[in-house]
Design a protein. Sequence first.
Length: 336
Amino acid sequence: MKNKLSLACVVAVVVSLSGPVARAAGVEDLGTLPGDTRSTAQDINEGGAVAGVSAGVSQHAVRWDPGAPVKKLADLGSDTWAAAINSQRIVVGYAVDSTGRAQPARWDFSGSLTVLTVPGAASGVAYDVNDSGSVTGNAVINGVSHAVVWDSAGVATVLGEGSGRYLTQSGTVIGYSGDQPARWDSGLYVYDNHGALLSGHNEAADAVGTSGGEGVLWLGRRRSLLGAGTSPRDISDNGWAVGVSGSQAVRWEASEFTTAQPLAPAPSAAQKVNNAGTVAGTAGSWAVTWNTAGVQTALPVLSGSNRSAVSGLTENGQVIGIAGFADGTWRAVVWR
């Protein structure tokens, strides 16, 4: 259920909240590296360690461990970017080398950097890591992007043209074969047509996204269309799917995917869902959660901020995202 933050998710209009509303406690400003002006939380593990980016003149992959200051991860003398973190606090992303090319990167617990190599590749990006330490991403070979999976020792297997984006705990890669959403387990299975877009997945290798202007769920080998103007963003292991219909946050139940259940009035968006059925997203300009009954909880506002958005949700209910400010800067936050 991993997904990465897009600033397009930050909605700048405040609306009245509908239905019962609760108040949560506990927002933490994760801050930036000294001299930087903004930061983004990209992923969180169940222990509360967060991977992300701190930026100013340049950008740096960082890790925030609970109760510890922000940790800068090693680089190759230039920019770095973090995409995902596993239970052992291994982080993956990219590091820009001396030629200006991004290279797939993995950082261990200490923050040391390993470049993940592929024979013949000029550049690439690592997008996801599972708890076994396997990594997926892409490598550019002869000018063409190829989907790759690296094992825990860093040995690469090139899967074919495309890009690996998500990796399940069992080792299934979900990504793109060329420009078609696909998965690799015992072999290649193409989910959908050229140009369809992935936006989330679960541990069963079900995926969600859009195709031909409407939302679609790829459930095993079944393709379920959700209707024009829909955009699912995430799916839980037990079948909750969440996203947007029009400009309104909605949820689809596994037993009845044809009807979108509204969670909040527009403008709103549901971004993440966990196996307990908790949903995290935005209502107006602010980050919120919804429980299985649809009761909305406004997440605490960071002092001085004028908006917030969600980028991640753990199974134990921790939420990560950003808080934005009137001067155009933003900072990574976690709600615990």
